[in-house]
Write a protein that binds this ligand. Structure first.
Ligand code: SF4
Length: 348
């Protein structure tokens, strides 16, 4: 899930596990996922199957997965069906599933048994490492977005991003993470920038997984950055942790904003997509791009409503439905046309 592997690896290593991070997603990952998944299932499910197979091939004996609490979205049965598919393929493994309603139970019961130390203080330490690494990743991603829009030499921010993630990954303690956080901020500060630019501002909304994983969204943020666009994204693992701890007030407010258009949460980010679009429009953002997996039920509901929001708040919205068939060239052509339209709108 994008750069977030660093935070989860930190959590598991602090607990005493030997962590095998699946290789970065490639065409092979997607091919494996497509081959062994039901054809009609949503795209993230297929990518996960590919990730799992590659992790098991690399020697993993336990898979850690997040799960939904059932309800309307298919996410609720992802882990159950995935486990069955992998069992049928003959892999021997255990699967630990984190849901928002069992997060603490898994952390304090299952994860406590990992490694030799089973003290509560080990769990607290591991959670703090997860929290801080997730926080720094979220900050790094915001810095990359900002620097891409203003950098003088295209690609500098991405070069620093790779370095920053490696630096963060190497830190084992919260004190070290805090120290490296300042070093990382300094690295971004030293990227030569043209701050006189007035870049277009585009907010990205939609389903969380496709927004977070660059291979799956065809590196849309990077492509927009190359076009000199300042991208904004409101979702990260750090924010998800705040939701679990019930300290994220923004999510409830955003859902409230969406309610005149969609009274109930049909799953995933549907109300958030609508609420954030309204928020972006009120903040004077130039446009919004929605990303969602082909056949994603909740985001298709939001997508059907968004034209009304676009008309009411006069904010242009571009949508991309993503699956294994989506091509990058077509996406870039549509992005260029959208950026052109937003530039003309701004000049007017
Ligand atoms: S949010 Fe969409 S893509 Fe994700 S599991 Fe639910 S229906 Fe599938």
């Amino acid at each position: 899930m994008g750069n977030n592997w660093v935070a989860f690896k930190g959590l598991l290593e602090t607990l005493g596990a030997q962590v095998i991070v699946p290789p970065r997603i490639t065409k092979r990952t997607i091919d494996l996922g497509v081959k062994y998944s039901p054809e009609f299932v949503c795209f993230p499910f297929k990518v996960n199957i590919g990730n799992f197979i590659e992790a098991l091939e690399a020697g993993a004996d336990t898979l850690v997965m997040v799960g939904g609490t059932g309800g309307t979205c298919r996410f609720g049965f992802y882990n159950i069906v995935q486990k069955r598919i992998l069992d049928d393929l003959g892999y021997k493994f255990d699967m630990i599933v984190f849901r928002d309603d069992n997060f603490w139970e898994i952390l304090f019961k299952k994860f406590r048994k990992i490694g030799e130390d089973s003290s509560i203080s080990k769990i607290i330490k591991a959670f703090r490492v997860l929290w801080w690494k997730a926080k720094v990743i979220s900050e790094i991603e915001d810095l990359v977005r900002f620097n891409r829009a203003y950098e003088k030499r295209i690609g500098e921010a991405d070069r620093v991003l790779e370095k920053a993630l490696m630096m963060l990954d190497e830190q084992k303690k919260v004190k070290e993470i805090k120290e490296v956080r300042s070093e990382i901020k300094n690295l971004f500060k030293h990227i030569p920038k043209d701050l006189k630019k007035k870049p277009l501002r585009i907010g990205i909304i939609g389903e969380v997984y496709v927004r977070s994983e660059p291979y799956v969204n065809l590196d849309i943020e990077k492509e927009l950055g190359k076009m000199g666009v300042l991208v904004d994204q409101k979702m990260s693992v750090y924010k998800w942790l705040k939701v679990i701890l019930r300290i994220d007030l923004e999510r409830a407010w955003t859902a409230r904003r969406a309610r005149p258009y969609l009274k109930v949460n049909a799953g995933a980010e549907d109300q958030q997509s609508i609420g954030h679009t309204i928020k972006y429009a009120k903040a004077g953002t130039d446009g919004v791009i929605m990303l969602y997996p082909f056949s994603c039920m909740p985001e298709n509901i939001a997508r059907g409503i968004l034209p009304n929001v676009s008309r009411r708040y006069k904010i242009p919205i571009l949508t991309f439905s993503l699956d294994e068939q989506t091509g990058k060239t077509g996406m870039i052509t549509r992005l260029e046309a959208f950026v052109d339209l937003l530039n003309r709108k701004r000049r007017r």
